[in-house]
Design a protein around this ligand. Structure first.
Ligand SMILES: C[S@@+](CC[C@H](N)C(=O)[O-])C[C@H]1O[C@@H](n2cnc3c(N)ncnc32)[C@H](O)[C@@H]1O
Length: 253
């Protein structure tokens, strides 16, 4: 509790924390969203990757296992729990398959997704990662843990991390992208409906019809359903460990 209080009174965090609290009062549509996700689930993540390139998917299973073991070993040395990772298998596969130049992710936490993204970029020999996060304010000095798993990656110079929260960080990422556009966008931060739409709005000038957009935990609310219907997007819903991932923009969809 003391850490929550100390983090809240830090000037830069107050507004983001305040907004997070307000968002808790948004309409709860999780039951309907889960029902929609189940009805629209076409494949598991594994089936989806295999259907695009089964040879590649089989090949990367060994990499994934090794990176997972390395990460778990590193995390076991920490005395705090930083939560599980996002959909890093899907990310790793898509990056090796499509060799994107610019990847944007929201939600870093311990850095599972960042680690797998950087490893895939390293294998490709090109590409940049732009990450947005906000510290877990229940922890003491939470900043030190953000991206912990990816902090020593050899290609960390290709990684820009902004921990001021999506509203500010994504605007900064738009500025840094200059004339380039986003090839892959992975959303795994503020799970509210308004947080998801606001982030997409901020990035809208950098997203094109080919941008692969991945939303984690679409069972939380109806944002993904409304987004794909409103923009008439082809989409896939994939099941992963009892949760649902929404994906649009993949040229092989
Ligand atoms: C589920 S975790 C991300 C897991 C990460 N993708 C991984 O694979 O390890 C969600 C992260 O989003 C962050 N977050 C929550 N609200 C946020 C916001 N408004 N802006 C940026 N990050 C936020 C949380 O603090 C947490 O670090």
């Amino acid at each position: 509790m003391i850490h929550i209080f100390l983090n809240i009174i830090k000037k830069n965090y107050f507004f983001t924390i305040f907004k997070k609290i307000i968002k808790r009062f948004e309409k709860n549509t999780s039951a309907e969203a889960k029902q929609w996700a189940i009805l629209n689930t076409s494949q598991t993540v594994e089936e989806f990757c295999s259907s695009i390139d089964s040879l590649l998917y089989d090949k990367i299973k060994v990499d994934i296992k090794l990176i997972e073991e390395e990460a778990l070993n590193k995390l076991s040395k920490l005395k705090v729990s930083l939560g599980g990772g996002g959909n890093y298998i899907l990310l790793y596969f898509l990056i090796l398959k499509f060799k994107p130049l610019n990847i944007v992710e929201t939600g870093v936490a311990a850095g599972w997704s960042s680690l797998f993204i950087l490893r895939a970029l390293k294998k490709n020999g090109k590409g940049y990662l732009f990450s947005s996060d906000f510290p877990y304010f229940r922890l003491k000095n939470p900043e030190q843990y953000i991206g912990y798993l990816a902090q020593n990656e050899i290609n960390k110079h290709s990684w820009f991390l902004d921990i001021r929260g999506d509203d500010l960080a994504l605007q900064e990422i738009v500025n840094r992208l200059k004339n380039s556009e986003i090839d892959i966008f992975h959303y795994d931060s503020d799970k509210s409906y308004s947080g998801r739409s606001k982030s997409l709005n901020i990035l809208s000038s950098k997203i094109n019809s080919k941008t692969i957009i991945i939303f984690d935990d679409i069972q939380n609310n109806l944002h993904f359903r409304d987004y794909v219907y409103e923009h008439k997007k082809n989409f896939h819903v994939l099941e992963f460990q009892g949760k649902y991932v929404g994906i649009v923009g993949c040229e092989l969809l």
